[in-house]
Design a binder for this molecule. Sequence first.
Ligand code: NAD
Ligand code: GLY
Length: 368
Amino acid sequence: MNSNLSETVRIDLADRSYDIVIGEDLFSQASTYQNLPKASAALIVSNTTVAPLYEAALKQALSGHYKVIHTIHLPDGEAHKDWVTLNLIFDALLGHACDRKTVLFALGGGVVGDMTGFAAASFMRGVPFVQVPTTLLAQVDSSVGGKTAINHPMGKNMIGAFYQPQRVVCDLSVLKTLPAREVSAGLAEIIKYGPIADMPFFEWIDAHIDELRACEPKAMAHAVRKSCEIKAYVVGQDEREAGLRAILNFGHTFGHAIEAGLGYGEWLHGEAVGCGMVMAAHLSQAMGLIDEPFVQRLTGLIARAGLPTKGPVLNEKDNAGQYLALMLHDKKSVAGDIQFVLIEGPGKARVSAAPEAMVRAVIDRCCA
Ligand code: NAD
Ligand code: GLY
């Protein structure tokens, strides 16, 4: 491995443990892929945007490890995170007569990563896969922890599996080609870790937000490593979200409603989460858990990250009702009760239901 340049964060999950390697110019090095499960074939799953940028270099790096390397390019975008696109991966695997040792490589953002992971979990009841995340959001969140899924028109990430990768390769150099809007979307998931788990990290993000937006390498390396460490700790405690892991969904209950309500892809996932965190913070304040200055501080940081802080109107007649109907499909809902991740105090989160009138008031206040 490129030991001078890379750092490693370990995800500790007994026989499903693995490393997240973080550094510059990693994904294109053959050494990055040493000691993965032995196989004669690999399939690189990417999309029509990322493949032209990075697939040839990945293929070259893998060429000493596999006799044959197949590729498939999925259509780009959240709107394609569905059965039809997932099936293209199975078509490729079967069309190339891949066996149950074939290793899948997810080269792309969270959409490619979530779909490749789900395909790996289900092809021949499970084949190994490696995450090579190419967006900031995927490096700090989606590639880590083994949640894989596709969307359903009625709910986000509704069909999927917990299935851990063999390795995660966070190469900071690929972020250079990421559009500014996508960098901001990734910052939403980085900011998330502060209020739920680590206020010193929140303070650090607040002080370095401009460097992060500019993808300054030193700041980015710190933010990616710290985010992965926090996520690794939480996933190590609660792999299948029996409890603690749900705090990683701060902002997601409102955010998923925005994504589904507007139609997938209209707002980026990170944008919906950013705005969702503002709404969840207001709800936490309404519940008496945090004070107004903290809500304003978090809102200000989200705005400085380039993210929306006002929710969209999803229904002119009964906007709050529309949000509530969509949030009922959230995976955390229990017996018709929507569960929210609330900030219990800076750096600490809990999951609980909230009175409907209070949720309605927050939606009314937070939507433009
Ligand atoms: P994305 O995968 O759609 O990627 C964003 C855009 O950037 C796409 O157009 C993509 O082609 C492009 N792109 C990717 N890498 C690039 C690069 N290096 N240079 C230029 N363009 C590049 O979106 P995302 O924000 O990465 O991921 C969002 C998805 O992740 C959502 O579906 C969300 O549900 C999922 N997610 C999953 C988890 C999890 O735990 N599994 C956690 C958070 C989010
Ligand atoms: N992104 C939420 C989780 O991984 O649990």
